[in-house]
Design a protein around this ligand. Structure first.
Ligand code: FAD
Length: 825
């Protein structure tokens, strides 16, 4: 075996080999792929996956990765043997609710570029899948480009291609450790010796946590067992001619968590309909001691219900399932993460250690290309924030959390998930100091980044009484996770004042003699401003995409407070840390867990604050976008930043976590005479969208630059910053071809949720990045990127929601207070 390679890939399953293939294609052939098992039926998950690919996904990134993977698999052969069968996919519905869900999924397909989908009647579905009993379903969604892959054969072929580019493969070699120095990997230790390298890519499937631990890199996933039965030969399939490996579509029956595929003269039936069975890392076997390590003993009772339901859908399968026969059934394992996303990217703790984990066959070739681009070119072409290996807070990598949430992901594989649906466990992990006050006010809690956050307060219900606006009543999908109190809290913020608990915002202090130069380099806006200045800025990728979007406040000459969203906190922190160069005198300290944060916003916010502070909070003494220490009663010091995500006069107030109760009570008492209410996340989201504030991860991310996102005002061309050259090129070429635009619905009752397709003159031109109801403007709002020629005020559009197209119009934005007068009052 070689004792040196620029890149070592651990794992020769479909992910590791796809990465080797893409590296080879990019001309990076100094690569060694190591696997503990025999090549290429290694004994990992890939070795026995039925290879089914359903591409539609609520995540735009995952949906495109599936399409990219199909593009790689399609046309691959091994010694003339075909490896991809794109005979289409059917998702069937047996309940009216599922039929609605299929309409929504067809919307995703249109939003994200999957062509040719159709909603079928039962008879039409049975015409495409001849053994399907049309009486057993209400309808189906047809995706013509879905299909199934011969996963191991694809791996073998991709490995050959990689070998032709110089990539080496070694089977029967186990990685036993890593040699790291100064926080950087130097070599991989194996049972066949040491391999020096510059970087390692861990593609160890469900062994990931064990391999990651050898390098000190947490990989939060859990191995869960999953059943698959191959039926006996079915008479009706006996007459198939030609290449019989697959001639019929793959079928998913999500209402009972089953899937089906024809293979030669029999069917495969996969089953998620059982309690998740976790295999702890310590109990996972090594190759060589018994059957393939990814196979576990069959659990008969988990299959019982599945058998009868499978036969109801496909009567020809009745009596053909003999799961107790080990040659016809398997209980395999694959990876589930706490949020269902993959785990991809370079570790923030050990440089040079890369990870590409928890990836299905469906996404493997596509995801592998992204991670390889990231390794070699410095950035992937897709935004991978939802898969970022550094997105997890430390508690989210703890075993109990990973197991509980991983099991939930397994249970919900086929569930209809509302975007605001909340997990029941584990809850109450991170509580802000205002939690008890929120409970007393009847908060409806949602959880994000482990925090319990109020979405609205039931005590605000009385202010809804008498409201005659159409928005006071909602039905269907948009009514879930919503209550009219959201509208009442929004309007109270605009008319009087509201207290928002923004403690979950992530906060870091960046300090040191080189802090200013460092921040000036990584952010596109001017950071060098007087002490007490607040700067809104993005940090850019080398291609000019928006990597971060946050505020930086100068607390002192060499001390800066960075505030960003709670959901992106770990991602942002890891990225900022990674930008510090050797020798740069910069200290970065996480402050999120030690500081409370409140948003006091609304036209009466000054009246409320003035009543409890000795500080002069007049506009002259404390202007917009400035910050300073004040007291709030005896709560001191309180760091007050005059800025508002609601687009109103007001302050963000930061102080010692332990004094949270006190400041809440003081503000609450002072606020009553000014109409102060407590307000939650529902109001927050609609206030921000009326004001046109972009949400990172939805409206803006690495695939969009500040110019197309309408954030050019926060770019300073009179300084140098990362990504400047690319942004300059876009600017000088006449500006970006697309623009983020604001649509309002023509019918004041229409409200959508986000991700829906946007139509213009009979074709889909984009999708909705953010949506909410604007209670002050009396209209549903949707944002989306439009071709520059269409992003013109007054252009008619349509937004498809559950199969119905709703008229909308491109509007001037922001809809609320376009001159920003209320902020500066
Ligand atoms: P693996 O294929 O498990 O490869 C990881 C490799 O790492 C292994 O070969 C292992 O030997 C090696 N390794 C681990 N530790 C070490 C070490 N210390 N030293 C050296 N080598 C090491 N997905 C779909 O998209 N469609 C499906 O229809 C589908 N059906 C499935 C059905 C079943 C029953 C199962 C179990 C999974 C299914 N999946 C399906 C999931 C899919 O199979 C996996 O997500 C995918 O194969 C994972 O690929 P991988 O390369 O990451 O992991």
């Amino acid at each position: 075996m070689r004792d040196r390679a620029q890149t070592v890939i651990i794992g020769a399953g479909i992910v590791g080999v796809s990465a080797a293939y893409h590296l080879g294609k990019m001309g990076v052939g100094d690569v060694l792929v190591i696997d503990q098992g025999p090549l290429f039926a290694t004994g990992g998950s890939t070795s026995h996956a039925p290879g089914i690919v359903f591409q539609i996904n609520g995540s735009r990134t995952m949906c495109r990765l599936a399409q990219d993977s199909v593009a790689v698999y399609d046309g691959i052969d091994l010694n003339g043997e075909r490896c991809w069968y794109g005979h289409g996919g059917l998702e069937v519905a047996t309940t009216p609710e599922r039929m609605e869900e299929l309409r929504r999924r067809q919307g995703y397909a249109r939003s994200y570029g999957i062509d040719g989908t159709e909603l079928l009647t039962p008879a039409e579905a049975a015409a495409r899948s001849p053994l399907l009993d049309p009486r057993s379903i209400l309808g189906a969604l047809w995706v013509p480009s879905d299909g199934a892959a011969k996963a191991v054969k694809i791996v073998t072929r991709l490995a050959r291609e990689a070998e032709a580019q110089g990539v080496a493969f070694e089977g029967g070699v186990t990685v036993t450790g890593f040699d790291t120095e100064g926080g950087r990997v130097r070599a991989v230790e194996t049972d066949h010796g040491r391999v020096e390298c510059e970087r390692v890519l861990i593609c160890a499937g469900f062994w990931g946590p064990t391999v990651g631990a050898l390098a000190g890199v947490p990989i939060p996933l859990v191995a869960i067992q999953h059943q698959l039965v191959w039926t006996d030969p079915v008479t009706e399939l006996g007459s198939l001619q030609g290449d019989t490996w697959m001639q019929q579509p793959v079928v998913r029956h999500p209402d009972l968590s089953l899937y089906f595929r024809q293979r030669e003269d029999h069917f495969g039936v996969g089953n998620y309909r059982h309690e998740p069975v976790v295999t702890p890392q310590a109990r996972i076997r090594r190759p060589g001691d018994g059957p393939m390590p990814s196979l576990m003993p069959w659990i008969p009772e988990d299959f019982d219900e599945c058998e009868s339901e499978a036969a109801r859908l496909f009567p020809a399968l009745a009596g053909s399932m003999r799961p107790s026969d080990p040659s016809r059934s398997l209980n395999g394992m694959f990876s589930f993460t706490p949020d269902g996303g993959s785990v991809v990217g370079e570790s923030a703790s050990v440089r040079g250690v890369w990870v590409c984990e928890a990836v299905w066959v469906t996404h493997a070739a596509g995801m592998a290309r992204q991670v390889v681009e990231w390794m070699v070119e410095g950035e992937p072409s897709y935004d991978l924030a939802e898969a970022d290996a550094n997105r997890f807070y430390p508690f989210q990598t703890s075993a109990p959390y990973v197991i509980e949430r991983g099991k939930r992901q397994y249970r919900e594989v086929y569930d209809i998930i509302h975007p605001l649906q909340q997990p029941t466990e584990p809850r109450n992990l991170r509580l802000t100091p205002f939690f008890a006050r929120h409970q007393a006010l009847g908060a409806e809690f949602v959880t994000g980044a482990g925090w319990e956050r109020p979405q609205w307060f039931r005590t605000n219900r009385p202010s809804v009484k008498g409201v005659t606006h159409g928005w006071a009543r909602r039905s269907g999908w948009a009514a879930r996770g919503w209550s009219p109190e959201v509208g009442a809290e929004h309007l109270a913020t605009r008319s009087h004042a509201a207290l928002f608990d923004i403690t979950p915002f992530a906060k870091f202090d960046v300090a040191g003699p080189d802090a200013l130069a460092f921040l000036e380099r990584i952010f596109a806006n001017r950071i060098d401003r007087p002490v007490g200045s607040i700067v809104y800025s993005s940090a850019l990728t080398p291609n000019g995409g928006i990597r971060l979007d946050l505020t930086v406040t100068r607390k002192d000459e060499e001390l800066f407070r960075v505030v960003t969203g709670g959901g992106s906190g770990q991602h942002d922190l890891a990225w900022i840390r990674a930008q510090v160069r050797d020798g740069e005198r910069v200290r970065i300290t996480e402050r999120t867990g030690s500081l409370f944060a409140l948003g006091l916003w609304g036209p009466r916010a000054r009246d409320v604050l003035a009543q409890v502070t000795d500080a002069d909070v007049s506009d002259e003494a404390f202007p917009y976008l400035t910050a300073r220490y004040v007291n709030v009663g005896e709560v001191s010091p309180v760091w007050a930043q005059r800025i508002s995500y609601a687009g109103e006069l007001g302050w963000e107030l930061y102080g010692q976590f332990a004094m949270g109760d006190r400041i809440w009570d003081l503000l609450w008492r002072a606020g009553r005479e000014h109409g102060l209410v407590a307000a939650g996340g529902g109001a927050f989201d609609s206030l921000r969208l009326e004001k046109g504030y972009r949400l990172w991860g939805q409206d803006i991310h690495t695939e969009h630059d500040p110019l197309e996102a309408g954030l050019g005002f926060a770019v300073r061309w009179d300084k140098d910053f990362q990504g400047r050259a690319a942004l300059e090129a876009i600017r000088d070429a006449g500006g970006p071809p697309e623009r983020l635009a604001c649509l309002t619905f023509d019918d004041a009752r229409t409200v959508v949720m986000g991700k829906e397709p946007i139509w213009h003159e009979g074709r889909v031109v984009s999708y909705v990045t953010s949506a909410a109801y604007g209670y002050s403007v009396g209209r549903g709002i949707a944002y989306g990127y439009l071709p520059a020629g269409l992003a013109v005020t007054g252009t008619p559009m349509e937004v498809e929601y559950f199969g119905v197209r709703h008229a909308a119009t491109v509007s001037n934005e922001p809809l609320w207070d376009p001159k920003g007068e209320r902020l500066k009052a």
